[in-house]
Design a protein around this ligand. Structure first.
Ligand code: CU
Length: 363
């Protein structure tokens, strides 16, 4: 096997990558079902320790010894191509690498290594993306409560319920020390092992058209760390919310809190978003005129769900999602994920750093 030694001038990046093991060789060896590919952006190999790693065991890629060389079998030779051999108007050349970008972070010395931390000012993460879920294993979610267009009473506990598929929930790591620090992995059926999060943003109206503020605009955030019950994840918003209009979204994630990654660029949303109204009277509020008609179909089921889950609690509108115990950390998507026509090859800028932020204290 051909090894690509790590150069001394990139020692800093290499040291930071010392925990990364060769997941791709691991998965190939295990012959896991449902794996469509593995994305090794900075893999390294430890022949000894990888022998005891298996797919579906909640692999934690930590404490691997320093075997700072690449195995030829995991080198993604396609990374040497900048993609411009298939020109498309406006398409930019990809960054390229012949060594899986193992020392990429050395090219941005102004940034600290992410190192498992949620670094508010930005950082460079050397962990590979890992196992990319197959098209048969793409996660999807849909809110059951509040339903899209629902109106719920103000300042009363309510329980968010979200149906989820193809995500083996209940897998979450320490968000303070292992943020983005290991590759995505899947279970024996090919479903990503991870968890979800829900976030509620306050809106000025249901038909708000200005972008929300991801840093300061949300009023509730919660990591859904427990395993789903009957394929439904839930969490209670203690004290409810003040009257107003809101957006509720999911952030379906792998165990290390990174948003889920799947095999193809063109797919239905892997997350759900619903819009709802919180009313002092609890009565149906007149949201945006044009959308009012869309609400009634869900009203009956929503009301039933509200009765079964909502209880009157202490009114603490500010105690939602910003208190200890709420898992933090979510990542903005990269900006280069625009879907292209099916026939188009779409070279991806593998290093479009999505913005990420330091979430509330991690659980
Ligand atoms: Cu998380």
């Amino acid at each position: 096997m051909r090894h690509v030694p790590v150069s001394n001038d990139a020692a800093a990046a290499a040291a930071a990558a010392a925990k990364i093991l060769d997941l791709c060789s691991v998965h190939r060896g295990a012959g896991a079902q449902g794996l469509s590919m593995c994305s090794p952006c900075s893999a390294k190999f430890d022949g000894r320790t990888s022998q005891r790693i298996g797919v579906g065991d909640g692999v934690r890629a930590s404490a691997q010894e320093a075997h700072r060389s690449l195995v030829q079998s995991v080198i993604a030779t396609g990374f040497e191509n900048d993609g411009q051999d298939q020109p498309t108007a406006g398409q930019v050349p990809s960054l390229t690498s012949s060594n899986n970008f193992i020392n990429f972070c050395a090219t941005v010395p102004n940034l600290p290594i992410t190192n498992g931390l949620q670094i508010k000012t930005g950082s460079c993460n050397p962990a590979p993306m890992g196992v990319i879920a197959s098209t048969a294993n793409m996660p999807s979610s849909k809110f059951v409560f509040p339903a899209n267009g629902a109106t719920i009473p103000a300042n009363q506990n309510f329980t968010i319920q979200m149906a989820i598929s193809h995500l083996e929930t209940g897998h979450f790591v320490n968000a303070n020390e292992n943020y983005f620090s290991a590759p995505q992995v899947v279970n024996s059926a090919g479903d990503i092992q991870g968890h979800s999060h829900v976030v509620i943003d306050k809106l000025t109206s249901l038909d708000q058209t200005t972008p929300t503020d991801p840093l300061n605009g949300f009023v509730f955030f919660k990591g859904l760390n427990d395993a789903a019950v009957n394929n439904v994840l839930s969490t209670t918003v203690a004290g409810g919310l003040p009257a107003g209009t809101y957006r509720l979204a999911s952030i379906n994630s792998a165990a290390n809190h990174q948003p889920v990654l799947v095999a193809i660029a063109q797919h239905g949303s892997l997350d759900d978003i619903v819009y709802f109204t919180v009313s002092d009277s609890g009565a149906a509020a007149p949201p945006a005129a044009s959308s009012a008609a869309a609400a009634p179909p869900a009203a009956s089921s929503t009301a039933a769900a509200a009765k079964s889950t909502a209880t009157v609690g202490a009114i603490k509108g500010s105690n939602t999602g910003k208190t200890p115990g709420n898992q933090g950390g979510f990542s903005g998507k990269g900006n280069n994920q625009a879907a292209a026509p099916p026939s188009a090859n779409k070279p991806s800028n593998g290093f479009g750093r999505g913005g990420f932020r330091n979430g509330r204290r991690a659980l």
